[in-house]
Design a protein around this ligand. Structure first.
Ligand SMILES: C[S@@+](CC[C@H](N)C(=O)[O-])C[C@H]1O[C@@H](n2cnc3c(N)ncnc32)[C@H](O)[C@@H]1O
Length: 358
Protein backbone atom coordinates (compact mmCIF):
# COMPACT_ATOMS: atom_id res chain seq x y z
CA UNK A 1 0.00 0.00 0.00
CA UNK A 2 1.33 3.44 -0.86
CA UNK A 3 0.70 6.50 1.23
CA UNK A 4 0.26 9.86 -0.35
CA UNK A 5 1.05 13.11 1.36
CA UNK A 6 -2.15 15.13 1.34
CA UNK A 7 -0.45 18.31 2.49
CA UNK A 8 2.31 18.48 -0.11
CA UNK A 9 5.17 20.41 1.28
CA UNK A 10 4.72 20.78 5.05
CA UNK A 11 6.12 24.28 5.10
CA UNK A 12 3.54 25.35 2.48
CA UNK A 13 0.76 23.80 4.54
CA UNK A 14 1.87 25.63 7.66
CA UNK A 15 1.66 28.93 5.80
CA UNK A 16 -1.96 28.35 4.80
CA UNK A 17 -4.53 30.23 6.91
CA UNK A 18 -6.48 27.16 7.97
CA UNK A 19 -3.50 25.08 9.02
CA UNK A 20 -3.62 26.06 12.69
CA UNK A 21 -7.45 25.98 13.04
CA UNK A 22 -7.48 22.52 11.41
CA UNK A 23 -4.72 21.28 13.69
CA UNK A 24 -6.53 22.55 16.78
CA UNK A 25 -9.82 21.03 15.64
CA UNK A 26 -8.13 17.67 15.08
CA UNK A 27 -6.40 17.85 18.46
CA UNK A 28 -9.71 18.68 20.14
CA UNK A 29 -11.23 15.48 18.73
CA UNK A 30 -8.13 13.44 19.58
CA UNK A 31 -8.35 14.56 23.17
CA UNK A 32 -12.09 13.77 23.31
CA UNK A 33 -11.36 10.30 21.88
CA UNK A 34 -8.48 9.63 24.31
CA UNK A 35 -10.60 10.84 27.23
CA UNK A 36 -13.50 8.61 26.22
CA UNK A 37 -11.16 5.59 25.98
CA UNK A 38 -9.70 6.29 29.42
CA UNK A 39 -13.13 6.90 30.98
CA UNK A 40 -14.37 3.59 29.61
CA UNK A 41 -11.31 1.88 31.17
CA UNK A 42 -11.99 3.62 34.51
CA UNK A 43 -15.66 2.60 34.33
CA UNK A 44 -14.64 -1.04 34.06
CA UNK A 45 -12.18 -0.81 36.96
CA UNK A 46 -14.30 -0.99 40.10
CA UNK A 47 -11.43 -0.45 42.55
CA UNK A 48 -10.26 2.71 40.78
CA UNK A 49 -13.76 4.07 40.22
CA UNK A 50 -14.76 3.49 43.84
CA UNK A 51 -11.61 5.23 45.08
CA UNK A 52 -12.23 8.27 42.85
CA UNK A 53 -15.86 8.42 43.99
CA UNK A 54 -14.79 8.45 47.65
CA UNK A 55 -11.68 10.66 47.29
CA UNK A 56 -8.24 9.14 47.73
CA UNK A 57 -4.60 10.12 48.23
CA UNK A 58 -2.03 8.96 45.70
CA UNK A 59 -0.36 6.68 48.26
CA UNK A 60 -3.69 5.14 49.24
CA UNK A 61 -4.65 4.64 45.61
CA UNK A 62 -1.35 2.88 44.89
CA UNK A 63 -2.21 0.58 47.77
CA UNK A 64 -5.84 0.05 46.70
CA UNK A 65 -4.75 -0.91 43.19
CA UNK A 66 -2.65 -3.73 44.64
CA UNK A 67 0.70 -1.95 44.87
CA UNK A 68 0.11 -0.21 41.55
CA UNK A 69 2.69 1.84 39.70
CA UNK A 70 2.81 5.22 41.51
CA UNK A 71 4.21 7.08 38.49
CA UNK A 72 1.55 5.72 36.13
CA UNK A 73 -1.24 6.43 38.63
CA UNK A 74 0.00 9.96 39.23
CA UNK A 75 0.19 10.46 35.46
CA UNK A 76 -3.38 9.20 35.00
CA UNK A 77 -4.76 11.42 37.77
CA UNK A 78 -2.94 14.46 36.43
CA UNK A 79 -4.25 13.90 32.89
CA UNK A 80 -7.79 13.37 34.22
CA UNK A 81 -7.47 16.61 36.19
CA UNK A 82 -6.46 18.50 33.03
CA UNK A 83 -9.61 17.12 31.34
CA UNK A 84 -11.73 18.41 34.24
CA UNK A 85 -12.72 14.92 35.39
CA UNK A 86 -11.04 14.81 38.81
CA UNK A 87 -9.81 17.53 41.16
CA UNK A 88 -7.25 17.33 43.92
CA UNK A 89 -7.92 18.97 47.27
CA UNK A 90 -5.53 18.73 50.19
CA UNK A 91 -3.89 15.68 48.63
CA UNK A 92 -7.21 13.88 47.96
CA UNK A 93 -8.12 13.06 44.36
CA UNK A 94 -11.84 12.89 43.66
CA UNK A 95 -14.31 13.04 40.78
CA UNK A 96 -15.60 16.59 40.32
CA UNK A 97 -19.40 17.14 40.71
CA UNK A 98 -19.92 17.07 36.90
CA UNK A 99 -18.50 13.53 36.74
CA UNK A 100 -19.62 12.26 40.15
CA UNK A 101 -22.26 10.10 38.42
CA UNK A 102 -19.76 8.60 35.97
CA UNK A 103 -20.69 5.07 37.11
CA UNK A 104 -24.21 5.34 35.69
CA UNK A 105 -22.87 6.07 32.20
CA UNK A 106 -21.58 2.53 31.74
CA UNK A 107 -24.29 1.54 29.26
CA UNK A 108 -23.78 4.52 26.95
CA UNK A 109 -20.05 3.84 26.83
CA UNK A 110 -20.45 0.08 26.36
CA UNK A 111 -23.02 0.55 23.58
CA UNK A 112 -20.82 2.83 21.48
CA UNK A 113 -17.29 1.90 22.50
CA UNK A 114 -17.51 -1.89 22.63
CA UNK A 115 -20.73 -2.55 20.70
CA UNK A 116 -20.34 -0.22 17.73
CA UNK A 117 -16.58 0.54 17.72
CA UNK A 118 -15.95 -1.69 14.64
CA UNK A 119 -18.42 0.44 12.68
CA UNK A 120 -16.81 3.74 13.69
CA UNK A 121 -13.43 2.33 12.74
CA UNK A 122 -14.82 0.96 9.48
CA UNK A 123 -16.81 4.07 8.50
CA UNK A 124 -15.18 4.39 5.08
CA UNK A 125 -15.44 0.65 4.39
CA UNK A 126 -19.15 0.97 5.16
CA UNK A 127 -19.39 3.98 2.87
CA UNK A 128 -18.04 1.84 0.01
CA UNK A 129 -19.38 -1.63 0.75
CA UNK A 130 -22.61 -0.62 2.50
CA UNK A 131 -24.65 -1.90 5.43
CA UNK A 132 -23.53 -5.23 6.82
CA UNK A 133 -19.94 -5.01 5.50
CA UNK A 134 -18.69 -4.38 9.05
CA UNK A 135 -20.24 -6.29 11.95
CA UNK A 136 -21.14 -4.76 15.29
CA UNK A 137 -20.39 -6.65 18.50
CA UNK A 138 -23.92 -7.76 19.30
CA UNK A 139 -23.18 -8.90 22.86
CA UNK A 140 -21.92 -5.45 23.86
CA UNK A 141 -24.72 -3.75 21.91
CA UNK A 142 -27.20 -5.83 23.91
CA UNK A 143 -25.39 -5.28 27.23
CA UNK A 144 -24.99 -1.54 26.61
CA UNK A 145 -28.59 -1.24 25.48
CA UNK A 146 -29.73 -3.09 28.61
CA UNK A 147 -27.66 -0.88 30.89
CA UNK A 148 -29.04 2.30 29.26
CA UNK A 149 -32.49 0.71 29.38
CA UNK A 150 -32.39 0.49 33.17
CA UNK A 151 -32.71 4.26 33.12
CA UNK A 152 -35.11 4.91 30.29
CA UNK A 153 -36.76 2.10 28.38
CA UNK A 154 -37.27 -0.50 31.13
CA UNK A 155 -39.22 1.94 33.38
CA UNK A 156 -41.08 3.08 30.25
CA UNK A 157 -42.11 -0.50 29.39
CA UNK A 158 -43.03 -1.20 33.03
CA UNK A 159 -45.24 1.94 33.13
CA UNK A 160 -47.03 0.96 29.92
CA UNK A 161 -47.61 -2.54 31.28
CA UNK A 162 -48.82 -1.24 34.69
CA UNK A 163 -51.21 1.19 33.02
CA UNK A 164 -52.71 -1.62 30.94
CA UNK A 165 -54.50 -2.67 34.13
CA UNK A 166 -54.57 -6.18 32.71
CA UNK A 167 -54.04 -9.23 34.86
CA UNK A 168 -51.26 -10.42 32.58
CA UNK A 169 -49.04 -13.23 33.68
CA UNK A 170 -47.07 -14.22 30.60
CA UNK A 171 -44.72 -12.01 28.62
CA UNK A 172 -42.94 -12.59 25.34
CA UNK A 173 -39.96 -10.34 24.56
CA UNK A 174 -38.70 -10.35 20.97
CA UNK A 175 -35.02 -9.32 20.65
CA UNK A 176 -34.68 -9.60 24.40
CA UNK A 177 -30.96 -8.75 24.47
CA UNK A 178 -29.73 -9.69 27.95
CA UNK A 179 -33.33 -10.21 29.19
CA UNK A 180 -33.23 -7.29 31.63
CA UNK A 181 -36.83 -6.27 30.81
CA UNK A 182 -37.99 -9.76 31.68
CA UNK A 183 -36.08 -9.97 34.96
CA UNK A 184 -37.34 -6.48 35.93
CA UNK A 185 -40.93 -7.46 35.12
CA UNK A 186 -40.73 -10.82 36.88
CA UNK A 187 -39.13 -9.19 39.94
CA UNK A 188 -42.18 -6.90 40.21
CA UNK A 189 -44.77 -9.59 39.50
CA UNK A 190 -44.10 -12.84 41.36
CA UNK A 191 -46.71 -14.70 39.29
CA UNK A 192 -45.24 -13.70 35.96
CA UNK A 193 -43.48 -16.04 33.53
CA UNK A 194 -41.67 -15.03 30.37
CA UNK A 195 -40.08 -16.08 27.12
CA UNK A 196 -37.24 -14.09 25.56
CA UNK A 197 -36.43 -14.55 21.87
CA UNK A 198 -33.02 -13.46 20.67
CA UNK A 199 -31.25 -14.00 17.36
CA UNK A 200 -27.63 -13.24 18.42
CA UNK A 201 -26.00 -16.30 19.94
CA UNK A 202 -23.70 -14.42 22.32
CA UNK A 203 -26.63 -12.27 23.51
CA UNK A 204 -28.58 -15.50 24.16
CA UNK A 205 -25.74 -16.75 26.36
CA UNK A 206 -25.63 -13.35 28.12
CA UNK A 207 -29.41 -13.49 28.69
CA UNK A 208 -29.27 -17.03 30.07
CA UNK A 209 -26.45 -16.02 32.44
CA UNK A 210 -28.35 -12.90 33.56
CA UNK A 211 -31.58 -14.85 34.17
CA UNK A 212 -29.66 -17.50 36.13
CA UNK A 213 -27.86 -14.82 38.18
CA UNK A 214 -31.30 -13.38 39.06
CA UNK A 215 -32.46 -16.87 40.13
CA UNK A 216 -35.27 -16.80 37.55
CA UNK A 217 -34.38 -19.67 35.22
CA UNK A 218 -37.55 -21.52 36.29
CA UNK A 219 -39.73 -18.54 35.21
CA UNK A 220 -37.93 -17.13 32.16
CA UNK A 221 -36.86 -19.18 29.16
CA UNK A 222 -34.60 -17.81 26.47
CA UNK A 223 -35.04 -19.07 22.92
CA UNK A 224 -32.36 -18.68 20.27
CA UNK A 225 -34.44 -17.79 17.20
CA UNK A 226 -35.20 -15.05 14.69
CA UNK A 227 -38.29 -12.99 15.40
CA UNK A 228 -40.61 -13.40 12.44
CA UNK A 229 -39.76 -17.08 12.09
CA UNK A 230 -40.50 -18.05 15.68
CA UNK A 231 -43.86 -17.70 17.39
CA UNK A 232 -44.25 -19.71 20.62
CA UNK A 233 -47.01 -22.25 21.11
CA UNK A 234 -48.03 -21.00 24.58
CA UNK A 235 -50.34 -17.99 25.07
CA UNK A 236 -48.97 -14.67 26.28
CA UNK A 237 -50.55 -11.49 27.66
CA UNK A 238 -47.86 -8.99 26.64
CA UNK A 239 -45.45 -8.93 23.71
CA UNK A 240 -42.49 -6.58 24.14
CA UNK A 241 -40.37 -5.20 21.29
CA UNK A 242 -37.74 -2.86 22.71
CA UNK A 243 -35.57 -1.29 19.99
CA UNK A 244 -36.19 -4.33 17.82
CA UNK A 245 -38.96 -3.44 15.36
CA UNK A 246 -36.65 -1.01 13.55
CA UNK A 247 -34.25 -3.95 13.12
CA UNK A 248 -37.08 -6.02 11.65
CA UNK A 249 -38.01 -3.11 9.35
CA UNK A 250 -34.35 -3.08 8.21
CA UNK A 251 -34.30 -6.85 7.73
CA UNK A 252 -37.77 -7.44 6.21
CA UNK A 253 -38.95 -4.01 5.03
CA UNK A 254 -42.17 -2.23 5.99
CA UNK A 255 -44.36 -4.86 4.30
CA UNK A 256 -42.55 -7.69 6.11
CA UNK A 257 -42.93 -5.90 9.45
CA UNK A 258 -46.65 -5.37 8.87
CA UNK A 259 -47.02 -9.06 8.02
CA UNK A 260 -45.09 -10.06 11.13
CA UNK A 261 -47.15 -7.83 13.44
CA UNK A 262 -50.35 -9.04 11.80
CA UNK A 263 -49.25 -12.63 12.47
CA UNK A 264 -48.59 -11.73 16.11
CA UNK A 265 -52.05 -10.14 16.32
CA UNK A 266 -53.75 -13.16 14.82
CA UNK A 267 -51.82 -15.54 17.09
CA UNK A 268 -52.25 -13.51 20.30
CA UNK A 269 -55.40 -11.42 19.70
CA UNK A 270 -55.80 -10.56 23.40
CA UNK A 271 -52.19 -9.65 24.07
CA UNK A 272 -51.07 -6.05 24.43
CA UNK A 273 -47.99 -5.10 22.41
CA UNK A 274 -45.42 -2.89 24.14
CA UNK A 275 -43.14 -1.25 21.60
CA UNK A 276 -40.19 0.97 22.47
CA UNK A 277 -38.55 2.86 19.63
CA UNK A 278 -36.33 5.81 18.81
CA UNK A 279 -38.05 8.14 16.36
CA UNK A 280 -36.01 9.40 13.43
CA UNK A 281 -35.49 13.07 14.31
CA UNK A 282 -35.80 14.40 10.74
CA UNK A 283 -39.42 13.39 9.97
CA UNK A 284 -40.26 14.56 13.50
CA UNK A 285 -39.00 18.05 12.56
CA UNK A 286 -36.23 17.66 15.15
CA UNK A 287 -33.23 17.33 12.80
CA UNK A 288 -31.55 20.33 14.43
CA UNK A 289 -31.17 18.39 17.67
CA UNK A 290 -28.45 16.33 15.99
CA UNK A 291 -26.15 19.32 15.72
CA UNK A 292 -27.37 21.70 18.42
CA UNK A 293 -28.65 19.76 21.41
CA UNK A 294 -26.09 18.22 23.82
CA UNK A 295 -28.00 14.92 23.99
CA UNK A 296 -28.86 15.07 20.30
CA UNK A 297 -25.28 15.62 19.22
CA UNK A 298 -23.69 13.60 22.01
CA UNK A 299 -25.73 10.45 21.30
CA UNK A 300 -28.30 10.61 18.53
CA UNK A 301 -26.12 12.08 15.79
CA UNK A 302 -23.96 8.95 15.62
CA UNK A 303 -26.90 6.71 16.59
CA UNK A 304 -28.73 7.90 13.47
CA UNK A 305 -25.60 7.30 11.37
CA UNK A 306 -25.30 3.77 12.77
CA UNK A 307 -28.78 3.03 11.44
CA UNK A 308 -27.73 4.00 7.93
CA UNK A 309 -24.88 1.48 7.92
CA UNK A 310 -26.60 -1.48 9.56
CA UNK A 311 -29.69 -3.40 8.56
CA UNK A 312 -31.78 -1.22 10.88
CA UNK A 313 -34.19 1.54 9.92
CA UNK A 314 -35.40 4.37 12.12
CA UNK A 315 -38.85 5.72 11.30
CA UNK A 316 -41.00 8.68 12.33
CA UNK A 317 -44.34 8.77 14.15
CA UNK A 318 -46.50 8.70 11.04
CA UNK A 319 -44.65 5.67 9.58
CA UNK A 320 -45.20 3.74 12.79
CA UNK A 321 -48.86 4.77 12.93
CA UNK A 322 -49.35 3.39 9.40
CA UNK A 323 -47.52 0.13 10.16
CA UNK A 324 -49.58 -0.48 13.30
CA UNK A 325 -52.86 0.33 11.53
CA UNK A 326 -52.02 -1.86 8.50
CA UNK A 327 -51.22 -4.76 10.84
CA UNK A 328 -54.61 -4.38 12.53
CA UNK A 329 -53.56 -2.66 15.75
CA UNK A 330 -54.67 0.53 17.44
CA UNK A 331 -52.44 2.60 19.71
CA UNK A 332 -54.02 2.67 23.17
CA UNK A 333 -51.23 4.39 25.11
CA UNK A 334 -47.96 6.22 24.48
CA UNK A 335 -45.26 7.62 26.70
CA UNK A 336 -41.96 9.39 26.10
CA UNK A 337 -38.84 8.54 28.09
CA UNK A 338 -38.29 10.40 31.35
CA UNK A 339 -37.07 13.87 30.28
CA UNK A 340 -34.61 13.90 33.19
CA UNK A 341 -32.73 11.24 31.20
CA UNK A 342 -33.57 12.20 27.64
CA UNK A 343 -35.22 15.53 26.94
CA UNK A 344 -35.25 15.13 23.14
CA UNK A 345 -38.60 13.33 23.13
CA UNK A 346 -37.20 10.90 20.54
CA UNK A 347 -37.55 7.82 22.69
CA UNK A 348 -41.14 6.66 22.70
CA UNK A 349 -43.16 3.74 24.03
CA UNK A 350 -46.40 2.52 22.42
CA UNK A 351 -49.02 0.14 23.81
CA UNK A 352 -51.09 -1.51 21.07
CA UNK A 353 -54.24 -3.61 21.01
CA UNK A 354 -55.29 -5.87 18.18
CA UNK A 355 -58.58 -4.83 16.64
CA UNK A 356 -58.92 -6.97 13.54
CA UNK A 357 -57.44 -9.87 11.68
CA UNK A 358 -55.36 -9.36 8.54
C1 LIG B 1 -30.77 -2.78 20.29
S1 LIG B 1 -30.84 -4.39 20.91
C2 LIG B 1 -32.14 -4.24 22.11
C3 LIG B 1 -32.09 -5.33 23.14
C4 LIG B 1 -33.15 -5.22 24.23
N1 LIG B 1 -34.50 -5.36 23.72
C5 LIG B 1 -33.00 -3.90 24.94
O1 LIG B 1 -33.81 -3.01 24.73
O2 LIG B 1 -32.02 -3.75 25.71
C6 LIG B 1 -31.73 -5.25 19.62
C7 LIG B 1 -31.71 -6.74 19.86
O3 LIG B 1 -32.61 -7.36 18.94
C8 LIG B 1 -32.00 -8.55 18.47
N2 LIG B 1 -32.62 -8.86 17.18
C9 LIG B 1 -32.50 -8.19 16.01
N3 LIG B 1 -33.23 -8.77 15.05
C10 LIG B 1 -33.83 -9.84 15.62
C11 LIG B 1 -34.70 -10.84 15.14
N4 LIG B 1 -35.09 -10.87 13.87
N5 LIG B 1 -35.13 -11.79 16.03
C12 LIG B 1 -34.73 -11.79 17.32
N6 LIG B 1 -33.89 -10.86 17.82
C13 LIG B 1 -33.45 -9.90 16.99
C14 LIG B 1 -30.53 -8.17 18.38
O4 LIG B 1 -29.68 -9.29 18.35
C15 LIG B 1 -30.34 -7.33 19.63
O5 LIG B 1 -30.00 -8.09 20.77
Amino acid sequence: MTTRSTVGDASEAVARPNFRPSLLTGLHYLSAWATAEVLWAVLRDDALLEALEEGVTLANLVDRLGQGDARAIDGLLTALRCEGIVAVDDGFWKLVPMTEELRVLRGWFEFFMDGYRPLFQGATTLARAGAGSVERDSLHVALGSAAIGEFDSVPLALDLIDRADKPGRAVLDYGCGNASYLTALCARNPEMTAIGVEVAEDAVRGAQAHVAACGMSHRISIVHASAPDYIPAVDVDFVVFAFVLHEIVGERGIGGTVEFLAAIGARFPHARLIIIEILHPVPEGKGDLLSHDPHGRGFYNWYVWIHTVTTQRLLGTSDWAQIFARAGFKVVDTQAADPRIDSTGLEIGYALEYIREG
